[in-house]
Design a protein around this ligand. Structure first.
Ligand SMILES: CC(C)(COP(=O)(O)OP(=O)(O)OC[C@H]1O[C@@H](n2cnc3c(N)ncnc32)[C@H](O)[C@@H]1OP(=O)(O)O)[C@@H](O)C(=O)NCCC(=O)NCCS
Length: 174
């Protein structure tokens, strides 16, 4: 979608990140620890800065045409040798339900194949997160199976679906 862009995360996004992690769905469906430790946002941002330098992680803000913050499009793990990348996405509560995550994952997927040279992209999605499964499906990902009793973070083990898309898969559905 041309009126939305992915922009590399920068310090100026920190207040928006802090607001984002106050949302209950974000805390429920991501690996962010609960309760969120003091200094988490700074440390988390720092890990993406380090990852950008050594090529093991990448984080983008999803922005609207006016530069407004809509959410995050993330590559939390880039394995160059295996040419395998894990992706994730978070949309701010006020921006949900209008295709923002789907557009962002399409763009992030293209970046991962074209700029990173990945052959395999993985998404890990809670069995209890139907909106995220729908995003994966609309972006051409295939459900590989359910990993049982996965450790997500302190206090949370749950069944997690593994979705993937390969460089050789056909074009993404519209
Ligand atoms: C999951 C999330 C990223 C979706 O963002 P979004 O911008 O609202 O997503 P989109 O609008 O692109 O698509 C959502 C799709 O799910 C569908 N959907 C939403 N809630 C649903 C529900 N409860 N059951 C089934 N489908 C649902 C929508 O109808 C839409 O499908 P459609 O395009 O076929 O109509 C957002 O809810 C979020 O940030 N949640 C918290 C963090 C999170 O879960 N991240 C993903 C971790 S794997």
């Amino acid at each position: 979608v041309s009126d939305r862009v992915l922009r590399p995360l920068e310090r100026g996004h920190l207040p928006a990140l802090a607001a984002l992690i106050a949302d209950p769905d974000v805390l429920r469906f991501t690996r962010i620890p609960v309760p969120v430790p003091d200094g988490f946002v700074d440390a988390w941002f720092g890990s993406y800065e380090a990852g950008r330098r050594d090529g093991t992680r990448a984080g983008f803000a999803i922005e609207d045409a006016g530069g407004g913050f809509l959410g995050l499009a993330l590559a939390p793990e880039i394995d160059r040798e295996a040419r395998t990348v894990e992706l994730g996405y978070i949309v701010a509560p006020a921006a949900r339900g209008r295709g923002v995550a789907t557009a962002a994952l399409r763009e992030l997927t293209a970046w991962t194949f074209n700029a990173v040279g990945a052959l395999r992209i993985e998404l890990r999605i809670s069995v209890d997160n139907p909106a995220s499964k729908r995003v994966a499906e609309r972006c051409g990902y295939a459900l590989e199976g359910v990993m049982r009793s996965v450790y997500v973070k302190p206090g949370l083990r749950e069944d997690v679906e593994l979705w993937s898309r390969l460089a050789g898969d056909g074009a993404s559905p519209q």
